[in-house]
Ligand binder design. Structure first.
Ligand code: G6P
Length: 616
């Protein structure tokens, strides 16, 4: 949700900033802009639409400077206009700012500044913060020990309520950037006499793998030679430089037309990475290094609570099913955004897990903080090392699937399902699951990359089906038990990237309402795996067929469907219940991808969405 990049060094800043913005475009694509410090002042270019539009606009400017800031926007305050695009410039021309987040008290600050002669040319909260820094800069006496520029940023931020990741430049401070964060991610890339500050590692990985994950309340001051970090209260912070393990290749398309397709096909390898080194030597259970919780503590837990948003919430629902089914422990799965405000009574000894690919989703972060405030231990299933959620939880499990760039989550989701299944095994083996059942479960998990590969081989056939169904404007996705969340996920994927109305339902609930939608104009994607309720599932499809509904049936090998119930059949391998949700996800990912492509949609950057939602 908004991406920022700042560069200070020896190279031309504009080139590096635009390259960084392209890599961060998944965070928002309403407008883009950059500001560069030149010999004769500051040069700003900004334009609504994609970074491509900014590139065209930038040709009308002569960007020669080696210090600059840039932004790709997901609009919150103020419409999608050139004026509302970042960077903003203070009305006295002394401060320029890019911002990811929301300044909640911007109305009162704006009033204060207006009364003191500051003027505004946009509707944004960001321009208000920009002018607030300018106000402090103007009144800040030059302190021989402190840069007036950094001090004024700190002063302004002390009055700003809300969330921010910012990068600031001033024509009066050539070769300097001040950046700060609270509630929005910010990472410093440490190069050789050059520094990049960005919302995400993707923007800086082609320059350096050495990074500092800035923390909330920290302010970093960059010059081409050095950097220093302080708190808002001006205390020095000792920087810890980490090394990012993935390389720039992971953030490239590598011949695929879209990141979504690339990431769908990466899933066998991604799942291997999520499992690597995580099975016990006797091959009967899963082990995790980061839970910070011994078996005795684990046994005392009487309830698990899983929290997440969007696709991650669907992973919470599958984890709920598997933990209850195999570990026989009560589980609750909740939307993080609802949990944090619902004030639900919690008794006993629950253990919280938040699930988040980015580790920055503000609703999930809010729920985690609320659970911690109440004194509960919170762990995370998370893909982003150094993310805010990773830092604020008491431990957790990294997914290790590399960067996910496509806005619609694919490999991160199946990896979350896998980690959830491993966690269910871990807990089950501490309780009633036998050694033999544990070994069978582990073998099933180890086999999942191959099963996924086998479904991916059916991509050409799924594409044909997609082409036959791409013109429909309503879909139902139906499944039961552990595949009900996959029905939700299938419907979400389709609506996210193709803008087709789709609903996911537990199959048996169809007759309590959604059946009214069934007609030849509303196809149903129906999960019918081998199970003890197979016959009940078949009866539900018959109800659809009796009302002239079209059916795309996803079934497992060896199932015999009565003639005439399926207009299309996609067969997936018969597999262990713990891995069935993963294997069943692949056809609906492919189906929605090919339908969206057939409809000419921009699958990697669907309208109105952003990958990492850092506002409430
Ligand atoms: C956004 C994205 C979804 C994602 C959700 C949670 O809404 O568009 O694809 O599932 O955020 O993201 P997280 O990073 O917390 O998993």
């Amino acid at each position: 949700m908004c991406g920022i990049v700042g560069y200070v060094g020896r190279q031309k800043a504009a080139t590096i900033l635009i390259e960084g913005l392209k890599r961060l475009e998944y965070r928002g694509y309403d407008s883009a802009g950059l500001a560069v410090l030149q010999n004769d002042g500051i040069e700003i270019a900004k334009k609504t639409g994609r970074v491509g539009n900014l590139v065209k606009e930038a040709k009308h400017h002569r960007f020669t400077g080696t210090t600059g800031i840039s932004h790709t926007r997901w609009a919150t305050h103020g419409g999608v206009t050139d004026a509302n695009a970042h960077p903003h410039l203070s009305s006295d021309g002394k401060i320029s700012l890019v911002h990811n987040g929301v300044i909640e008290n911007y109305v009162s600050i704006k009033k204060f500044l207006s009364a003191r002669g500051y003027t505004f040319s946009s509707e944004t909260d960001t321009e208000v913060l920009c002018n607030l820094i300018a106000y402090h800069y103007a009144k800040e006496p030059a302190d021989p020990d402190q840069s007036r520029f950094v001090t004024s940023v700190r002063q302004a931020l002390r009055h700003a309520e809300g969330t921010y990741g910012i990068a600031v430049i001033s024509p009066e401070a050539p070769g300097e950037i001040v950046a700060a964060r609270k509630g929005s991610p910010l990472i410093l890339g440490v190069g050789d006499n050059e520094f990049i500050v960005a919302s995400d590692v993707a923007a800086l990985i082609s320059h350096t793998q050495n990074v500092v994950y800035l923390k909330d309340g920290e302010v970093v001051h960059l010059t081409p030679k050095d950097f220093s970090i302080t708190t808002l209260d001006q205390e020095d912070v000792e920087a810890v430089v980490d090394r990012v393990t993935w390389t720039v290749d992971a953030a490239e398309l590598n011949g695929h037309p879209h990141f979504m397709e690339k990431e769908i096909f990466e899933q066998p390898a991604a799942l291997e990475n999520s499992m690597r080194g995580r099975f016990s030597e006797d091959g009967s259970t899963a082990k995790f290094g980061g839970l910070n919780l011994g078996p005795v503590e684990f046994r005392q837990i009487d309830r698990f609570v899983f929290l997440g948003c969007g696709t991650a919430w669907h992973a919470c629902l599958v984890a709920e099913h598997l933990l209850e089914r195999f570990a026989r422990v009560p589980v609750e799965a909740d939307y993080a955004s609802e949990f944090r405000y619902r004030n639900s009574p919690l008794s006993g000894n629950p253990l919280f897990f938040v699930i988040s690919q980015s580790g920055e989703t503000i609703d999930t972060l809010g729920a985690l903080r609320e659970a911690k405030r109440k004194g509960y231990k919170v762990l995370a299933i998370n893909n982003t090392v150094g993310s805010t959620i990773a830092r604020e939880t008491d431990g957790g499990i990294y997914q290790h699937v590399g960067p996910e760039i496509g806005v619609a989550s694919t490999k991160a989701f199946t990896s979350q399902l896998l980690v959830g299944a491993m966690l269910a095994l871990h807990v089950a083996r501490m309780r009633d699951m036998s050694f033999a059942d544990g070994v069978e479960y582990v073998n099933a998990l180890k086999g999942v990359p191959d099963l996924v590969r086998r479904v991916l081989e059916q991509a050409p056939r799924i594409k044909e089906i997609a082409l036959r169904y791409a013109h429909y404007s309503d879909f139902l996705f139906l499944g039961r038990l552990s595949l009900f969340p996959i029905a939700l996920e299938g419907a979400l994927k389709l609506k996210e990237i193709s803008y087709i109305h789709a609903e996911g339902y537990p199959a048996a609930e169809m007759k309590h309402g959604p059946i009214a939608l069934i007609s030849e104009k509303c196809p149903s994607v129906f999960f019918v795996p081998k199970s003890e309720i197979f016959n009940k599932l078949v009866s539900s499809i018959q109800e659809i067929k009796a009302r002239n509904g079209k059916t795309i049936v996803i079934t497992t090998e060896g199932c015999e469907l009565p003639p005439g119930v399926a207009d299309e059949i996609i067969t997936i391998p018969d597999c262990h219940e713990a891995v069935l949700p993963i294997v069943a996800t692949i056809p609906v990912q492919l189906l929605s991808y090919y339908i969206a492509v057939a409809r000419g949609c921009d699958v990697d950057k669907p309208r109105n969405l952003a990958k990492s939602v850092t506002v409430e």
